[in-house]
Write a protein that binds this ligand. Structure first.
Ligand SMILES: [Zn+2]
Ligand SMILES: [Zn+2]
Length: 265
């Protein structure tokens, strides 16, 4: 059966230079430049196109001091995906860098974990420290989509389509979900912020933006079980992804890479 095998792409849309101590709970003794890349992902297969996360726009980039390298609609268009025709978005969590661009996908329904909407609209948002990675306009936009009948809720592990499942990981954000996709090279896990960088999961270290440290660490174990190998785990913000995987087409180097083919040796 091949009707559950998908192509998977990482589409880079923004960049942020920062020093390594900012990326780790308890800091980093090396204090080196360790930038973050910002991605959305696309899963393309026999059941249609599934876009994972919706990034942020130019106004949010200015507000947060990030640099847009290519607006998400343009990045998706470069691999033949028309944003206004996309039917399904999987939202990994409601941090500002994963759920902006509210009107770019007018036809889409949004797949979200129950826990994430409860977390982002509930008591924990009374605390300024917890609110830092959230934007009220993003959360309100998602609530409006709930009332418009455009949100599909999931609780834990569920199948989105044959070969595509979502898995609640929590930890970094209380209702964070990762996505497991069957590809021709085996099962790839789009971890999103379940591991920001390869260093987090490979070294058992934790991003400072965290709801629950224990769940982050347990999440690493879960992701490793879901993926066919460590090479099948795709971190949410690591620029190395752009070097390890081939460009989706000539001219897309450092912008869009294929994740359903083996990494370069
Ligand atoms: Zn996040
Ligand atoms: Zn993020």
């Amino acid at each position: 059966m091949t009707n559950d095998v998908h192509e998977v792409f990482a589409v880079r849309y923004a960049h942020h230079d920062r020093q390594s101590p900012e990326n780790f709970l308890f800091g980093d003794p090396h204090d080196i430049l360790q930038p973050l890349a910002y991605f959305v992902w696309a899963i393309v297969g026999p059941h249609g196109t599934f876009v994972v996360d919706t990034g942020f726009d130019a106004a949010m980039a200015r507000k947060r001091g990030r640099v847009i390298v290519k607006p998400i609609a343009d990045g998706l268009k470069s691999i033949g995906i028309q944003a206004d025709a996309v039917q399904d978005i999987i939202v990994t969590h409601l941090h500002y860098d994963h759920c902006g661009n509210h009107d770019v996908f007018p036809q889409a329904r949004y797949h979200l974990q129950d826990t994430e909407i409860a977390y982002s609209t509930g008591r924990y948002m009374c605390h300024p420290v917890i609110r830092i990675p959230f934007e009220v306009d993003d959360v309100v936009a998602m609530v409006r989509k709930v009332f418009a009948g455009r949100v599909v809720f999931h609780d834990g592990t569920e199948q989105i389509a044959p070969g595509i499942t979502v898995h609640k990981i929590g930890g970094h954000s209380k209702g964070l979900q990762s996505i497991r996709v069957k590809t021709r090279r085996g099962h790839v896990v789009l971890a999103s912020d379940a591991t920001h960088l390869y260093a987090h999961i490979n070294e058992g270290r934790v991003c400072p933006v965290t709801y629950n440290v224990g769940d982050v660490l347990e999440g690493y174990t879960t992701i490793k079980k879901l993926a066919d190998s460590l090479d099948h785990i795709i971190p949410g913000h690591d620029p190395q992804v752009l070097e390890r995987y081939p460009a989706a087409a000539p001219g897309l180097e450092n912008l869009v890479v294929r994740l359903d083919v083996d990494p370069k040796k």
